[in-house]
Ligand binder design. Structure first.
Ligand SMILES: [Zn+2]
Length: 57
């Protein structure tokens, strides 16, 4: 496991896919050729008002 696994989340800026594991990012770069990957702190991401399809009270 990568040291940042479970603490950060990565987003592909080209297709919008999110990744929890760095190995998936590496895979994605290799298979899709997408290189604009941004990294977010997982705790901060959870606090963001992101619409994940769940109703917020
Ligand atoms: Zn992508």
């Amino acid at each position: 496991m990568h040291q940042d696994d479970l603490r950060v989340i990565w987003f592909c800026g080209e297709c919008g896919t999110s990744f929890v594991f760095w190995s998936d990012v590496e895979d994605h770069k290799e298979k899709e050729g997408h290189l604009k990957i941004s990294k977010y702190d997982l705790a901060a991401y959870m606090d963001m008002d992101v619409d994940l399809g769940m109703e917020r009270i």
